[in-house]
Design a protein around this ligand. Structure first.
Ligand code: HPA
Length: 250
């Protein structure tokens, strides 16, 4: 390993590669928790070193509930990563979370189940409970918000990310329930990723891209399609890339 990279980007749906990323090398890693989603890409974005990992794999074949979140996070930490910018496609629940808008969420509610969600379960010297009152890194969020303002990118400056199990989308009643709970956006990968980063002491923040209105929030009878999701995410991706580049160059 040369100079350890400090910042990593975890890409989601629509971000399996980063335009403008100069690839230096790809590294296949094995971890005590199994294989990460793919080789870790060491590269340069706007002249700054970064590690890139698409969480669904480079061909987008790993569904949210089958992602090895522990291996991904452990591998990044092992490379010396101290900050993670996570990009994630989400559905918009509340009125201001319209498709193609970027959101820098500040809270999470976890509805996922059956995922390996902690590093703290085997060979423990003592039981550990991490503080997760503020699930995202305050200073990374601040950098993202300042970068967005500097670039004139319209972002929702806060919001609660409801993390669902997937891979199916939600029912209308489930979305109503999530909104009643305080959820603004809904996605399938926000957890346990954020909590595992906290367990490892890595700063973590999310740039969510609203890909569609959540179930029942579009016109009556509207069905959410993958084409719609892909199209909206790809329209927003240019802003995501500009935002990431600005945060990394800070
Ligand atoms: N629900 C859950 N996850 C998602 C959605 C959604 O509507 N859109 C993109 N990811």
């Amino acid at each position: 390993m040369n100079q350890p990279a400090r910042i990593a980007i975890i890409g989601g749906t629509g971000l399996t590669s980063i335009e403008g990323l100069k690839i230096v090398r790809r590294e296949v890693m094995h971890t005590p928790f199994g294989e990460p989603s793919g080789p870790l890409t060491h590269g340069e974005l706007s002249g700054h070193e970064v590690v890139f990992l698409p969480r669904h794999g480079s061909a987008h074949t790993i569904p949210p509930h089958r992602i090895n979140y522990r291996a991904n996070l452990w591998a990044l930490r092992h490379l010396g990563v101290q900050s993670i910018l996570a990009v994630a496609a989400v559905g918009g629940i509340t009125a201001e979370m319209r498709p193609r808008r970027l959101v820098i969420p500040d809270q999470i509610i976890d509805y996922t189940y059956g995922r390996d969600h902690t590093f703290f379960e085997e060979d423990l010297d003592f039981v550990t409970h991490i503080d997760f009152t503020e699930p995202y890194s305050a200073h990374l969020r601040e950098h993202m918000l300042k970068a967005a303002a500097g670039l004139n990118i319209d972002v929702a400056t806060q919001g609660t990310y409801a993390a669902t199990q997937g891979p199916r989308l939600e029912t209308r009643a489930e979305i109503n329930r999530l909104e009643g709970d305080g959820g603004d956006i809904v996605g399938m990968t926000g957890m346990p990723e954020a909590a595992l980063a906290r367990e490892l002491g890595v700063d973590y923040a999310c740039c969510a891209v609203v890909a569609n209105w959540a179930a029942g929030r579009d016109d009556p009878g509207h069905q959410i399609t993958m084409d719609e999701v892909r199209d909206n995410v790809s329209q927003a991706m240019n802003d995501v890339r500009r935002l990431l580049a600005a945060v990394i160059s800070r």
